[in-house]
Design a protein around this ligand. Structure first.
Ligand code: URA
Length: 440
């Protein structure tokens, strides 16, 4: 069928067949569907939506547009977690080795920072020598030997997504739940996983700020992935304040190392690591209940086994073999580190979390254009959580900047992002909801 006839059908609100969706994706990959037609298709889906079967077909055809990894020789279940992105969201750095220490195998393919949200790959690139784009043979070897490898996107997995995403990005069609679902899941299906846990963030720092929108996305991701053959559970977790007390790149790696070695563990972050990890172990058949999953992960983290897996992954991917003991020596540092004083008394009632992420970008720790380089040393540490009491000279956090004027500008931004009040604030739940994929 001609692409324009398929676009017309979707424009008029009809359901597309598997064949029609397959034609659009094949045409996108081989150049027979023009960028203009792909943009019109995306806009038609944006306004008309897609039924669950259409979403599954779109996801599967996008997955089939490139190569797929095969882990059939894996000694244990091949599991992954994917987050829709947040601030101080360094969960992957502790979760992947913790799940590995419990018998899972985690080939985690991560992205760079997008807009105000940080990217796991940028964080790992702050480790000197770390090869974040290894070839497939090294990737497989590290997953097998360390139980986890966190690397960057390879161009041969779901190339149709790369093409369609770059068109959506410039045609105001990113914010479509069917298109987001197919985009994320086509890459996860191509990675050959056996189980997936989605961390859908909600709140002022999330890409989907409302709980209603996050629920709709979580349910779509869990059901479409499961329908496409990848058992998936989605948790909706809070992003109305930074998850870790650090936001940036090297500072979040340091926070993860402190977490894994037991030097410092942010409590909200720990709860999210346990909740996502327990569901990963359950999907992988490594535990029979979520409670058992929580206990197994607590043991893997407190015994140092998770830290050991993290170090093995870093060493195998070319990073320093003494990173856990000498992180201070290896990680890049900013020239200027200053406290951001509250300048008044009160209790932290709310944090405009997106502004903290934009603060990292303004310091040079994130990108405004895809081709920009970043400064891995800058960011924020010791950020106070909602509910903390402060006086005039209490630091709301510390800024790590390239120079004093950047630090001053960031301090102003952080003071504005923190709303101080009197009395106890409203504390939001950390885990808002959980959807086990039912398929379609
Ligand atoms: N991340 C993706 O990979 N795709 C989207 O469409 C949105 C976020």
């Amino acid at each position: 069928m001609l692409p324009q006839e398929i676009i017309r059908k979707k424009r008029d609100g009809a359901e597309l067949s598997a064949l029609e969706i397959g034609d659009v994706i094949a045409g996108l990959t081989n150049g027979q569907v023009t960028d203009a037609q792909a943009a019109a298709f995306a806009m038609a889906v944006f306004f008309r939506g897609m039924t669950m079967p259409e979403r599954v077909f779109l996801t599967r055809y996008m997955m089939l547009s490139g190569s797929q990894l095969d882990w059939s020789d894996s000694p244990g279940p091949v599991l992954d977690k994917h987050s829709t992105g947040g601030i101080g969201d360094n969960v992957s750095l502790m979760l992947a080795p913790a799940v590995a220490a419990c018998g899972g195998y985690v080939p985690m393919i991560s992205g760079r920072g997008l807009g105000h949200t940080g990217g796991t790959l940028d964080k790992l690139d702050s480790i000197p020598g770390y090869i974040s784009q290894p070839d497939i043979a090294l990737f497989r070897k590290v997953v097998r030997e360390a139980g986890a490898a966190i690397i960057g996107q390879t161009s041969d997995l779901a190339p149709a997504d790369k093409k369609l995403y770059s068109i959506r990005d410039v045609t105001a069609t990113v914010e479509s739940i069917p298109l987001i679902t197919a985009s994320i899941l086509s890459k996860k299906l191509a990675a050959g996983l056996q189980g997936l846990v989605m961390d859908v963030k909600t709140g002022s720092g999330a890409f989907m700020p409302t709980l209603e929108g996050s629920r709709e996305l979580a349910k779509s991701l869990a059901d479409v992935a499961t329908g496409a053959g990848l058992p998936t559970t989605a948790l909706i977790t809070d992003m109305d304040e930074p998850l870790a007390s650090a936001a940036g790149n090297a500072v979040e790696v340091m926070n993860a190392i402190e977490y894994l070695t037991g030097a410092h563990r942010d409590p909200r972050l720990h709860q999210v690591v346990l909740a996502l990890g327990a569901d990963m172990l359950l999907i992988g058949g490594l535990v029979a209940t979520l409670e058992e999953g929580f206990a197994k992960l607590e043991q893997a983290i407190s015994s140092g086994a998770a830290a050991d897996h993290f170090q093995r992954m870093v060493t195998a991917l070319g990073g320093p073999s003494d990173l856990m003991e000498n992180a201070e020596k290896h990680l890049p540092k900013a020239n200027t580190i200053l406290p951001i004083l509250a300048n008044r008394e009160g209790v932290v009632h709310a944090i405009a979390t997106r502004e903290i992420g934009l603060g990292v970008v303004a310091l040079g720790g994130g990108r405004t254009r895809a081709e920009d380089g970043i400064d891995h040393g800058v960011g924020f540490t010791k950020l106070l959580a909602v509910g903390a009491s402060v006086s005039n000279d209490t630091p709301l956090g510390f800024v790590h900047a390239r120079n004093a004027s950047d630090a001053e500008a960031a301090a102003v931004l952080i003071r504005q992002a923190y709303s101080l009040g009197d009395g106890a604030p409203l504390i939001r739940p950390l885990i808002h909801d959980r959807f086990q994929g039912k398929g379609i």
